[in-house]
Design a protein around this ligand. Structure first.
Ligand SMILES: Nc1ncnc2c1ncn2[C@@H]1O[C@H](COP(=O)(O)OP(=O)(O)OP(=O)(O)O)[C@@H](O)[C@H]1O
Ligand SMILES: [Mg+2]
Length: 508
């Protein structure tokens, strides 16, 4: 094969982290120029680690890297950028109070001398060419995650990236945004840019990639041409066995359990001071999962934050187990038996703290002894129970949570809340970032808890998840409930229309 046809050649990459974790063993990765290459693997398989090595952010313990045929040894991301590599992480690195343009200037001026006008011109050209749809003069904090992500991609393209690494880019996107995103990847490919695409969504991998490398527990276990495999085969290669995608059974007949959570006419403002929840009323019964479907940014976050006490309620009431808890603090409400899984791990976990501390974070009072001291041995055994039950991959409970893979952080977060056997769980995107097996695990766990009588408000932008789990579905659009009904009353199309604000002519 001619030199230059291969964009990336990583050979024999081994990575042993300082704490002894062997994240990668003798991994080869070969990516052809101009292709979209998928990187698949379970949580903790080593995908992010491999890409951080490619990006010069961490050094391999062993192995060599060639970029466009040239052997390289990166001392840091700047070296990698110089060779044309750009990376967009699961978490963004933008300055919220700066405009998009200011962020671009900042990131570029660390390597070359530029004027604002030059940056603006170049950005506009790229935006036009790729169809990126990014407002240059808006402050980043006012942008939805989907747009922030495009800013990150723009940032990489501004540095003339020829290779773009995208780590689970679609996990923060809504279904329509995902389609637009895949369209953008096609454009990048047409421009000759080589893309590495990490995802847990086999459908996406199948749709967009040309070839795929599969990692399992730190080893590359296969390289396939995408059009020669189906999703089931990919899943099997990832996990090493066939997985039965078991759908938990839903309840038959009307809901008869006691009402445990009642939201009456709730009005709540968002961070910008706008009314984001406009008179929402909902009831949740023992033993039911109420799915709240909606496109991100339609008031779901404000609604649940108001329910759990992290956001002021402007009007209306939250009644929990018959008691009016409106305006109470989260810890008071938690103590009454409410659990909350926020949609962001950065909110739910303190990433610099270790696993034990994070395990007791939301129920600290339960772990305080005489004189207000933390009973560490009790905390330790609780934490170890979560780690075992939810299979959080780690060597030590003392590991800072930031060193866990994304999916393992999510397991810890969900595990901590569920392990308390709460009466009501508010779960926002509970399977966000989880691999296929872990997703099924969490979903069947939620269904099991429901069968045992727990009431669950499931907020999800994933329609499959909503349809699979919910006993009743409510659709929220621009802060209002568009419809509530049993799943069989909704088709995917109807849900899609309602989520976009279109009411259909069916009685409900
Ligand atoms: N900085 C670190 N120090 C120690 N161990 C780490 C560090 N970063 C990752 N690990 C460990 O290395 C392994 C691979 O993690 P990595 O983040 O690469 O997985 P991943 O495939 O990206 O998983 P996910 O799908 O959950 O994002 C995991 O066991 C993880 O706990
Ligand atoms: Mg990862």
């Amino acid at each position: 094969m001619q030199q230059g046809e291969i964009a990336i050649e990583m050979n024999g990459i081994t990575k042993i982290y300082p704490d002894g974790v062997i994240a990668l063993r003798d991994v080869d990765l070969i990516v052809k120029k101009g292709e979209i290459h998928g990187l698949l693997g379970e949580n903790g398989a080593g995908k992010t680690t491999l890409m951080r090595i490619l990006y010069g952010e961490i050094k391999p313990s062993k192995g060599t890297i060639r970029i466009f045929g040239k052997k390289v040894r990166f001392r840091g991301p700047w070296d990698a950028m110089r060779e044309g590599i750009g990376m967009v992480y699961q978490h963004f690195s933008l300055i919220p109070s700066f405009t998009v343009l200011e962020n671009l200037v900042l990131s570029l001026s660390s390597t070359v001398k530029v004027t604002i006008n030059q940056v603006k011109k170049k950005a506009e050209t790229i935006i036009e060419k790729v169809g990126l749809n990014v407002p240059l003069n808006t402050r980043v904090e006012l942008l939805d995650v989907g747009v922030q992500q495009r800013v990150e991609i723009l940032k990489a393209l501004m540095r003339d990236a020829k290779i773009l690494v995208l780590d689970e880019p679609t996990s923060v996107l809504t279904p329509t945004e995902v389609d637009e995103f895949l369209e953008m990847l096609r454009k990048l490919k047409e421009m000759g840019i080589t893309v590495i695409f990490i995802t847990h969504k086999l459908r996406e991998a199948k749709l967009i990639t040309d070839s795929i490398t599969i990692l399992r527990r730190g080893r590359a276990v296969g390289v396939v041409e995408t059009n020669k495999v189906d999703e089931a085969e990919l899943a099997k290669m990832m996990i090493g066995r066939k997985i039965a995608l078991e759908i938990p059974k839903k309840r038959e007949g009307p809901m008869t359990g006691n009402v445990v959570l009642k939201v009456e006419n709730l009005q709540v403002r968002d961070d910008k001071g706008l009314v984001a929840v406009k008179g929402v009323s909902l009831t949740l019964r023992e033993g039911e999962i109420l799915g709240l479907a909606g496109i991100q940014g339609n008031g779901q976050r404000e609604l649940i934050e108001a329910i759990v006490g992290c956001r002021p309620v402007e009007k209306g009431n939250v009644i929990f187990m018959g008691e009016n808890v409106t305006g109470m603090s989260p810890s008071e409400i938690y103590r009454k038996g409410l659990a909350y899984i926020p949609d962001s791990r950065a909110v739910g976990l303190v990433l610099d703290m270790d696993i034990v501390s994070n395990s007791i974070l939301t129920r600290l009072k339960n772990f305080l002894g005489k004189g207000g001291r933390i009973m560490w041995s009790k905390a330790h055994s609780f934490s170890s129970k979560i780690v075992n039950e939810f299979e959080v991959l780690t060597d030590s409970l003392k590991t800072p949570v930031k060193y866990l893979s994304g999916g393992n952080q999510q397991r810890l977060l969900v595990g901590r809340e569920v392990a308390q056997r709460p009466k009501v769980i508010i779960a926002a995107e509970p399977t966000h970032g989880l691999d296929v097996a872990a997703t099924e695990y969490i979903r069947s766990l939620l269904a099991k808890l429901r069968d045992e009588g727990t009431a669950i408000l499931l907020v999800s932008t994933d329609l499959d998840e909503i349809l699979q789990l919910s006993d009743r579905i409510a659709v929220i659009y621009e802060g209002e409930i568009m419809a509530i009904g049993r799943p069989e009353e909704f088709t995917t199309e109807r849900l899609g229309l309602l989520m976009g604000g279109v009411k259909c002519q069916t009685k409900n």
